[in-house]
Design a protein around this ligand. Sequence first.
Ligand code: SF4
Ligand code: SF4
Length: 300
Amino acid sequence: MSDEDKRELLEATDVAKQAGSDVAAAYGDEMQSLPAQARVTHIPLLGHRIATTGFLVHEDAHYWLLPPRHVYRMNDDGIREPFDLAMTVIEAVTRKACVKAVIHGCVCRASFDCQNYPQDVGCMFLGEAARGVPREDGLMVDVEGALEHVRRALDAGLVPTLAWEWDMMLYGGKQNEGLAVCFCDYCHCDLRLSAREGTERFRRKFESVPTLTPFVGAACKLCGTCSRDEVCCVSAISQGPESAEIDASVCIRCGRCADVCPEEAISFEIPAGADVVALLMAELGAVTDLTGPAGEGSAS
Ligand code: SF4
Ligand code: SF4
């Protein structure tokens, strides 16, 4: 972390602590135990403004979205096969993590009182950094408990995001010993809102899962649904002469356009021979160690 980033983080923490304690009373007992710094980024208006300015983003943050549907892998015969990317990746990181904690609720959906997606499906924190999660905020779980939580999130239509950011330090852990798995919605998730309205600095924090490429197929009827402003939070879609076109260098692979396409013309492809999980695990391994002193896959 650079000196400038440290200074920003310290200043933001001071601001957040004050604002967080001001707001704690308004949010009631159920929010009291959440760290003030986290809470303040999820307060409508104030928190969103802090998030969208990139105030709390430092150079070390990375986010990988995992589209839960419409993902295909090419086999060696050149045929597309459905691939459950989200569950496969999350199961791999969960089995590797020494500690797994499921947070009781989503602070984004709770603070905006989201009625579209469940407020009681929260993030999952993995690795040694998750050990400090207090019982008031979350539960330590084993692999099966973690995967059950993930299935519930996927069934609710939420989009998993691997988030490596300063959130991990809120519970006293080290950033390079943890990873958060957020379950984002399309309406109240701070990450998506910030991708839409935030700074370019913030948008650069979104990584692409290696080799995963958005694809518009021949079924496209140029209906225009996917390029509506409210669909793509980074404006990566335009209407070309023969089909919709996605700028893969801008797209953050959220899967929203594929979900709304009435023709099911949009999908995500993994080329033949690419071991996408191994490639992604290598990227994660370069920034964080999930095994910790307790060892890979230990129960808690
Ligand atoms: S929503 Fe589907 S059919 Fe309509 S323009 Fe987009 S890709 Fe084409
Ligand atoms: S084009 Fe936009 S809506 Fe579609 S997956 Fe990429 S970021 Fe999401």
